[in-house]
Design a protein around this ligand. Structure first.
Ligand SMILES: Cc1cc2nc3c(=O)[nH]c(=O)nc-3n(C[C@H](O)[C@H](O)[C@H](O)COP(=O)(O)OP(=O)(O)OC[C@H]3O[C@@H](n4cnc5c(N)ncnc54)[C@H](O)[C@@H]3O)c2cc1C
Length: 412
């Protein structure tokens, strides 16, 4: 049993619940409409929040979370039903993936009762949005080398440092951050996890320009930001274990999706587009589409296994890395197909004019899937170490106090 399990006996049968999900989704999951251009993603997020509030009002949000924290207190089988039905409709909540796929599960599993009572209901209902602040300029794959410091000063923590690549920080109400709380011990041992109010004085959020014209992520500077003492999540200096758990949730959220059946959305989209462009009979295009279809089917099967582990009450394990890796591979394989289908417009396209815009933008964005949530190389290391049982990488810094390491700005 995980902390999010509940023993409430459902008053509604699974069939009745499924019918209610179907009726709700047919009426409301009709595709997000929001004003374009939307380079910062704020309009899309606002529309996703409106939808999620309707989900909550209909008594369908946070299916397995306890009622006292804004969930429905239902067994995991009901959550599976919601996911199955949701997967049949337009994705309305992609912008809430970090909030719902990573931050809410962490608060529910590791937060204090008070933190759960304060934050969970609003987050589940989409009234508040959360971001994840792990990466720093000198600490990405090796997050444990992070240099942002949190120092206890009386009854408050003082936070100083910098984070980078923080998705949707500019429209988030709160964030989960990992910061160094003890530089005198080895790097993995002196980290803690905190809740940050993104509107607190001293939090400076600056946009990063992306190659596709978007500005979805940010760098954030913290200057003497005051956090209440009870902003700590879990034990002091236990942040590495929590960060690892959150990264597992992240890989599942990115790599597993919400479906519980075999889904091939990328190949479906590419086949439809190839047909539209009169390329479906082209032998090379067909061969590439078939490879993508096979890879996507394999990804779906891996996702089903990960979902089964979650259903059995297990915290997602390193198998989540496999789903994430498959997703990145599919994105990589799709690039050349999308460029071929777009033709000359793949090099110079009119924004919003036709599907060349979508194909070219998707191609540019696809590179991020090999990096976001941990790079392909890091996923392969995790699979090698923890799934296949291969020898671990040599770590020369494991027993050295963090302050003596040559990392980040400490390297000069
Ligand atoms: C779209 C997107 C959204 C993101 N959103 C967030 C967010 O919301 N919050 C957040 O905290 N971060 C976020 N990130 C940051 C992301 O987690 C990091 O970019 C990622 O972990 C890689 O870190 P890095 O960029 O510092 O690269 P580095 O760690 O510097 O890696 C550089 C290269 O070295 C390779 N490498 C590094 N270490 C090893 C090793 N041990 N073995 C083999 N190869 C290695 C990597 O694979 C990579 O090719 C986001 C990134 C993207 C692309």
């Amino acid at each position: 049993m995980t902390a999010t399990d509940t023993t409430t006996t459902p008053t509604e049968t699974e069939e009745a619940f499924r019918a209610r999900c179907q009726a709700f989704l047919v009426e409301h999951a009709t595709g997000l409409t929001f004003e374009l251009p939307d380079p910062r993603g704020a309009n899309e997020l606002a529309a996703a929040k409106v939808f999620q509030q309707k989900v909550a009002a209909a008594g369908l949000a946070g299916v397995t979370y306890p009622k006292q924290y804004g969930g429905q207190g239902l067994p995991k089988s009901y959550d599976r039903i919601w996911r199955e039905e949701y997967a049949e409709h337009h994705d309305m909540t992609g912008q809430l993936t970090i909030s719902h796929g990573m931050c809410v599960p962490m608060l529910a599993e590791y937060g204090t009762d008070e933190q759960k009572a304060t934050y969970l209901a609003d987050a589940i209902a989409g009234r508040t949005v959360w971001c994840q602040m792990f990466s720093e300029p000198g600490a990405g794959s090796d997050v444990a080398s992070l240099q942002t410091r949190a120092v206890l000063d009386g009854d408050e923590w003082t936070l100083n440092g910098q984070k980078v690549w923080t998705t949707l920080a500019h429209v988030s109400d709160y964030g989960i951050i990992v910061a160094r709380t003890d530089p005198d011990v080895p790097k993995h041992a002196g980290i803690s996890m905190f809740i940050v109010d993104m509107s607190a004085p001293g939090v400076d959020i600056r946009a990063i320009n992306q190659i596709d014209g978007g500005q979805h992520f940010n760098e954030i500077f913290f200057t003497d930001v005051r956090l209440p003492r009870d902003a700590l999540i879990g034990e002091l200096n236990a942040g590495w274990r929590l960060a690892t758990a959150m990264l597992m949730y992240e890989r599942v959220a990115i790599g597993t999706g919400s479906s519980s059946g075999i889904k091939t959305p990328t190949s479906d989209f590419l086949i439809k587009t190839a047909r539209k462009h009169g390329m479906l009979d082209d032998a090379i295009t067909r061969q590439e589409l078939m490879k993508i279809y096979a890879e996507e089917t394999a990804k779906s099967l891996v996702s089903l296994r990960t979902r089964a582990e979650l259903k059995a009450g297990m915290t997602p394990g390193p198998g989540g890395s496999l789903g994430k890796l498959h997703g990145a591979k599919i994105a990589r394989m799709s690039r050349s197909v999308m460029m071929n289908l777009a033709g000359p417009a793949s090099a110079a396209w009119d924004v919003g004019a036709d599907d060349a815009d979508r194909l070219a933008s998707s191609t540019l964005r696809s590179f991020s899937s090999n990096i976001a949530g941990g790079t392909d190389e890091i996923q392969k290391n995790i699979i090698g170490d923890r799934v296949l049982g291969l020898p671990r990488d040599i770590a020369v810094d494991r027993d050295v106090a963090f302050k003596d390491l040559k990392v980040g700005t400490q390297s000069s």
